[in-house]
Design a binder for this molecule. Structure first.
Ligand code: 6PG
Length: 252
């Protein structure tokens, strides 16, 4: 894994840089493999990145016909519920771009229990990538993630058994300690860490403590789950100065 920590003095700069990073990743993936597979995150920082990506010059720089959009975690609510991550992504980005419906592969909430939904999503991934569920997880070109105040990422919460998952690609996750208290479905570390690139989008002073613990080194995954994000490919943290606190920009 290579890791880069980038720090921006405003959320505008962070969002522009993140949108540019996504455009670059799409171009490289399409040039190399003919398609771009991206998993989106929920959360307020990713949302502002999606709003930026939906605008010029970014939106027209991506070949949406060859882009396939997934979700790295979801709350078990219907898409038009305000707590839905996919609903948020649709409103901020997907409804503004010329992407074919067939390229949208959200977590199919509303189709059974959280465990059943997790199983169905794993099957959707398996069919899409042509990888058997018993094989190593497929490599997304890019997975976007946020960071919670408690150090959670995706729906991988401190102290939860989901952190120890070594086989399944997708799992149900009980409600976290943060509101809203709804069941969730989430990518697991094996799937996240198989990615070619992971982009962590983090803004705000309430993130300074988890950022310090994770990037300062030594944080236990059980306490700060984001410490478990160690992809095969590249890990890029984009922080605003408030979230960065005393952490310095670095390329490792
Ligand atoms: C969710 C998210 C979650 C989020 C972080 C950061 O469903 O809640 O996917 O992992 O990305 O909690 O969210 P904020 O940027 O809103 O703090």
């Amino acid at each position: 894994m290579t890791q880069e920590v980038l720090i921006y003095s405003s959320s505008r700069e962070l969002n522009n840089s993140a949108a540019g990073f996504i455009v670059d990743a799409s171009k490289k993936a399409i040039a190399a493999r003919g398609r771009f597979t991206i998993a989106l995150a929920g959360g307020s920082t990713p949302k502002t990145t999606y709003q930026t990506l939906a605008q010029a010059p970014f939106a027209r720089s991506i070949d949406w016909e060859r882009t396939f959009v997934f979700m790295s975690d979801e709350r078990c609510v219907l898409f038009d519920d305000e707590r839905s991550n996919y609903g948020m992504a649709r409103e901020a980005l997907l409804s503004h771009i010329p992407i074919p419906d067939a390229n949208l592969l959200p977590i199919p909430t509303g189709q059974g229990s959280p465990d059943q939904v997790a199983e169905q999503y794993a099957k959707i991934l398996s069919d899409f990538f042509g990888t058997a569920l018993t094989d190593a997880p497929p490599a997304f070109d890019l997975i976007l993630l946020g960071l919670g105040d408690d150090g959670h990422t995706a729906s991988l919460f401190p102290g939860y058994p989901t952190l120890q998952e070594t086989e399944r690609w997708v799992t149900a996750s009980p409600p976290g300690t943060l509101p809203p208290p709804v069941d969730r479905v989430t990518f697991t570390f094996p799937l996240i860490n198989a990615a070619r690139a992971v982009l962590m989008l983090v803004a705000g002073e309430n993130k300074a403590a988890p950022v310090r613990d994770v990037l300062g080194g030594g944080a236990a995954v059980q306490e700060r789950p984001a410490a478990g994000v160690q992809p095969t490919g590249k890990l890029v943290w984009m922080l605003d100065t408030k979230a960065a606190g005393s952490v310095k920009a670095a390329r490792l």
